[in-house]
Write a protein that binds this ligand. Structure first.
Ligand code: SF4
Ligand code: SF4
Length: 555
């Protein structure tokens, strides 16, 4: 296409007073008319309104525009809308360019509107120069295998599997142990309802008899290939290997309670863990009258800095259960801080105090000392050491990540955080997603979670996954990376830096290849390639140079 054939339309938005109250918007539209290849330009009160969008469509047709620029708010929120409008008017959506003159201009230069207007002119001029070099791009369509793999058969995995199965999707539930149920099998009762854990295990029957759910017990994941909509997983079950296809994967591998070996004389007579206590309570074998529970054993220290989230409530639950059976029991809980967030858990904590369970705060630098028949602890609030008679000491330890998390994370190409729990894409905006599309997580695989949290996360993950599974095909981003084979020397710099693991090496040509379905067009590989062998479509070297030139050199 020659310069004469390029017809750019520029639409400058007031965004009410957001932009219009600061910048001289009509003068920006007038300025745009003076720029090369601009055939039409106008200002609108709200470009994203029905009126504004109709105006874009009509002017594309009337002025035969083949490039459109909207100077307005953030592409993060509005680019998809404007691209869709261009497409409706018959224009390739990648022939659209957006200039952010609100968040990056009028909002930050409110007190210097003249300078803000000059900056907006610079930004629009840069965009016009880039727009002239834009190329039409195609979004790739991927077919979706309408089934899911859930890894881990504890409460989170079972809930996610049941949710998806009930929606009518085929689910393969992979459990490494001989039975489903995970940690739930070791528990006596669950807080805050204090109902029997075995009651929750009734879900097992629903799962094992569900026509849409296939359970693979004593099975481990051996290999994962593919991408969103088209995963292929090899599962080893005893000595046979099973291949499973699925559109999405949910990780629900849970966590394990730390055994307090070497801490506070664990395993000596009458020094047990909270998990041991659960088993004794389940078997109705608790007869001690003086019980001291020590919280934060093996965590919130140099080795494990984190709070395990569930131990305070578990200790309170077990203390109350003992008190209900034996009102004469003296139970003391030694804590560093109490984690009982929300009104329900706060009420539970108050109830424990009303039942005369004693709570004493200890300082991490002065931990309790267990002697024969007593626990000695320094109370900061009383400023003195207290001796508490004991005939049973219970240690509350944290949940820690599964040993095989690292191996699974590598196979799935998803990240772990510093304690080896799986790391979400965004703590607030995408809490059960990975950055890699099509893989989700829930329960304690992500972070120590109780039953209520695990089940709500499992339903969230299943619901996120079903958004993909309900579709026959998925359209993925057209603005991706491409390797020029002739220039690539196979150094693998791009493979190492790609955060989405979208690049592999072609065994035959010994050069890098990009999986366009997985690539997000972030540009990291392009910036890292020593041979300039990577084109980032929609952000090519020529396009970015044109913008820089337009800024420095003007028109
Ligand atoms: Fe090839 Fe460049 Fe990747 Fe190296 S960084 S493998 S040269 S594309
Ligand atoms: Fe990976 Fe980003 Fe390069 Fe795509 S553009 S291959 S996501 S580094």
């Amino acid at each position: 296409m020659t310069d004469e054939d390029i017809r750019i339309g520029v639409f400058v938005c007031h965004c009410g007073t957001n932009i219009g109250g600061v910048l001289d918007v009509p003068s920006l539209a007038e300025y745009a008319k003076t720029l090369p290849n601009v055939t039409y330009s106008a200002d609108n009160l709200y470009t994203c309104s029905e009126v504004g969008l109709t105006e874009i469509k009509e002017n594309i047709k009337e002025h035969e525009l083949n490039r459109v620029i909207v100077a307005s708010c953030s592409p993060r929120t509005h680019e998809p809308l404007f691209r869709a409008i261009c497409q409706e008017a018959g224009l390739n959506p990648y022939l659209f360019e957006m200039v952010n003159i609100r968040d990056q201009d009028s909002w930050v230069h409110m007190k210097e509107p003249e300078k803000g207007t000059i900056k907006a002119k610079d930004l629009i001029r840069m965009s016009v120069h880039k727009a002239a070099l834009l190329e039409p791009l195609e979004r790739i369509k991927v077919s979706i295998t309408p089934s899911a793999i859930v890894i881990g058969g504890g409460i989170a995995g079972m809930t996610a599997a049941l949710n998806l199965g009930n929606q009518g999707f085929e689910v393969s539930l992979i459990e490494k142990e001989k039975e489903l149920g995970g940690l739930l099998r070791s528990l006596n009762k669950v807080y805050p309802s204090n109902e029997d854990a075995s009651k929750l295990l009734e879900t097992l029957d629903l799962i094992e008899s569900h026509e849409k759910i296939k359970v693979y017990k004593s099975s481990v994941i051996e290999k994962v290939d593919g991408f969103i909509g088209n995963y292929k997983i090899s599962v080893k079950q005893n000595d046979k290997t099973i291949e499973i296809d699925a559109g999405v994967i949910i990780i629900a591998t849970g966590a394990i309670p730390l055994t307090p070996d070497g801490l506070y004389g664990y395993n000596k007579k009458n020094i047990i863990s909270q998990l041991d206590l659960e088993k004794l309570l389940k078997a109705d074998q608790i007869s001690s009258n003086n019980i001291t529970m020590i919280l934060c054993v093996g965590c919130r220290n140099e080795v494990r800095k984190y709070c395990s989230n569930i131990c305070c409530m578990t200790a309170m639950k077990n203390a109350m259960l003992i008190k209900e059976k034996n009102p004469n029991a003296h139970i003391t809980i030694l804590f560093q801080d109490i984690q009982a967030s929300g009104t329900v858990y706060e009420k539970y904590y108050r109830k424990a105090r009303e039942m005369s369970i004693l709570f004493i705060k200890y300082l991490p630098e002065k931990p309790p000392i267990i002697k024969k028949g007593v626990v000695k602890v320094y109370s900061d609030s009383l400023n003195q050491e207290i001796e508490i008679p004991q005939d049973l000491v219970v240690l509350s330890t944290p949940l820690i990540a599964n040993e095989d998390s690292d191996k699974l994370a590598k196979m799935l190409k998803v990240p772990l955080e510093e304690n080896n729990f799986f790391l979400e894409a965004h703590v607030k905006l995408r809490p059960v997603d990975f950055a890699t599309d099509g893989i989700f997580m829930c329960g304690s695989a992500h972070w120590p979670a109780d039953i209520a949290e695990s089940t709500s996360q499992a339903n969230a993950a299943a619901s996120r996954a079903s958004r993909i599974l309900w579709k026959d095909t998925l359209e993925v981003e057209g603005s991706t990376a491409e390797v020029i084979e002739e220039l690539c020397i196979g150094c693998e710099a791009c493979i190492k830096i790609c955060p989405y693991k979208a690049i592999t090496k072609d065994e035959i040509t010994d050069t890098a290849i990009v999986n366009k379905v997985v690539c997000k067009g972030c540009g990291l590989c392009g910036a890292s390639c020593p041979k300039k062998a990577i084109i980032i479509h929609h952000f090519t070297g020529d396009q970015i140079r044109a913008e820089i030139f337009a800024y420095g050199g003007g028109v």
